[in-house]
Structure formats: structure tokens, C-alpha cells
Design a protein. Structure first.
Length: 274
């Protein structure tokens, strides 16, 4: 395990590598932090873990120490070579690829339930989490480390400033909460922002009627938050007639940030399909 910035730098140097900004690489170089993440993930023997952006393998080793079966995904070919040298001999399956375009059914084949544990690059975290919730039902739990502001949006509740379209998306599929914060000092290179650890647990079924057209629901949500300062009767004009607000029990004077996912579901159900 890379237990210090110096050891991480030496490992990179041995392989002729350096952190790549294009991939948003900030490596965790504090053993207490990776052990903490592994503990909060609540995985152990018999669990199957997929780690996205395994980097130098510090978190990979901590997850392996829990007794879990670990699959590590890494996009950087140079780091894939490091992982194959450092953790593949310990039993970790290492896959080179972009998590945004992987054949996830093939990667996760043979196991019905997976836990995602990852230090996600800031520039891809939100769309990646949304895509996994939408399309990869085999991932039943996540513990992700993301930029603090991103974490706050993922776990935000109605009526808060961080609450937005992605908050509704997450709430549709799962329950989410911030379970820890991580300072910039544990990374190499050191980012300018604080990170958050977010636990996301998939619901047994969506928070609203599964018969509802999901694309229709999220189209309304995006339209509402696209003009979040406006009342819904204005931001959703042309999409939701006045009678639909009454049928759904939603005040037309409300704003997007005031509605829970269940209320968004009622509004989408009441609104006529175009």
C-alpha cells in the first residue's frame, strides 16, 4: 500500500508515470483514509466489489483486506500496468477500460449483487453515478468519494440549496447520505477542494410508480430545475396544464426545489403525455 506521498511518487517514478489532469487523477496517499473508506463500505468475505479508478491500488488493497472479492477498473493504461504488478497477484481482477462505456453486464456477469467503492474523478462522478443507477441494477450499493459539493447534491433533500435534478434522480433509485468528509491533504496531487464520502443504497423498487414513464418524469424534472427560480407554472408551461397541478396536489406557485421525488412522480402522472 502506498502509505505516504513519497512512496506514491516513487511508485509512479518507477513506472515512468505522473498524475494526469485529463483523467482527474488525485491519488489517496494516506493509509488511514483508505482503511476508513473500506470500513464504511461495510464489505467483507462473500461480497463482490467493483472499484472504478483504482489508480495506484491503495484503496484496492484495503478492500482486499476485508476479505471481499475485488474487481478493479482503470482507464489509464500506465496505471493498469501498476495494478497488474501490484494487486493482480493478490487475486484482484484488473480491467482496463472507461467506466462510462464498459460492457457492464459482461464485467459483472455471474454475480447478482455488487458493491461499488470508488474515488471518482470530479469531472465524471455525477453522470457516471446517474448512468449506473439507470442501467446497472446489479450494483446495489455504492460508497463513492467525490467533490464535497457534488456529494451534497447527490444526497440533498427537498428545500435545500443543493437540491437539484441529480438529487431527484438519486432519490428515485436509492437513498443517499454523506457519511464522511476527506481533506485535500490526503491526496497526491493535492486538490483545492474538500471531498465527501457518499453512501448510496439502491431501493428494492423505484420511489414512484414503476409504471410511470421514467423519461417523461426526468424530462419534467430537468425542465423545472432548468429555471429553478421560477414558479412551476412558468418553468413547466406547455408541459403541465393548470388542471394537472390540482390533480397532483402540487401548488403551481411552488418551485422545483420544493418537490420531493414522490411529488414529481404525482405531477408527471397527472400531466398529459405529449
Amino acid at each position: 500500500m502506498t502509505s505516504s506521498p513519497r512512496e506514491a511518487a516513487e511508485l509512479l517514478a518507477r513506472h515512468g508515470l505522473s498524475p494526469r489532469r485529463a483523467f482527474g487523477q488525485n491519488f489517496v496517499v494516506d493509509p488511514n483514509t483508505v482503511r476508513r473508506i473500506a470500513r464504511l463500505s461495510a464489505v467483507g468475505a462473500g461480497d463482490h466489489v467493483v472499484e472504478i479508478g483504482a489508480g495506484l491500488g491503495a484503496l484496492t488493497r484495503a478492500l482486499l483486506d476485508t476479505g471481499a472479492d475485488v474487481t478493479a477498473i482503470e482507464i489509464d493504461r500506465g496505471l493498469v500496468a501498476v495494478l497488474r504488478a501490484e494487486v493482480a497477484p493478490l487475486g484482484v481482477r484488473v480491467i482496463e477500460g472507461d467506466a462510462r462505456s464498459l460492457d457492464w453486464p459482461a464485467v459483472l456477469a455471474g454475480v447478482n449483487q455488487w458493491v461499488l467503492v470508488a474515488n471518482l474523478p470530479y469531472n465524471v462522478a455525477t453522470p457516471l453515478i446517474a448512468d449506473l443507477l439507470d442501467h446497472v441494477a446489479a450494483i446495489t450499493r455504492m460508497l463513492v468519494m467525490v467533490q464535497r459539493e457534488v456529494g451534497e447534491r447527490l444526497a440533498a433533500r427537498p428545500g435545500t440549496s443543493a437540491y437539484g435534478a441529480v438529487s431527484v434522480k438519486v432519490a428515485y433509485w436509492a437513498t443517499a447520505e454523506i457519511v464522511g468528509r476527506v481533506p485535500p491533504t490526503v491526496f497526491l496531487p493535492r486538490p483545492k477542494v474538500e471531498s465527501a464520502l457518499v453512501s448510496i443504497v439502491r431501493r428494492p423498487r423505484p420511489a414512484v410508480d414503476n409504471a410511470l414513464d421514467r423519461e417523461r418524469l426526468f424530462a419534467l424534472v430537468r425542465a423545472g430545475f432548468g429555471q429553478r427560480r421560477k414558479m412551476l407554472r412558468r418553468s413547466l408551461a406547455g408541459l403541465v396544464p393548470p388542471a394537472a397541478f390540482e390533480a397532483a396536489g402540487i401548488p403551481p406557485e411552488a418551485r422545483a426545489e420544493e418537490l420531493s421525488v414522490e411529488e414529481w412522480g404525482r405531477l408527471a402522472t397527472a400531466a398529459p403525455t405529449p
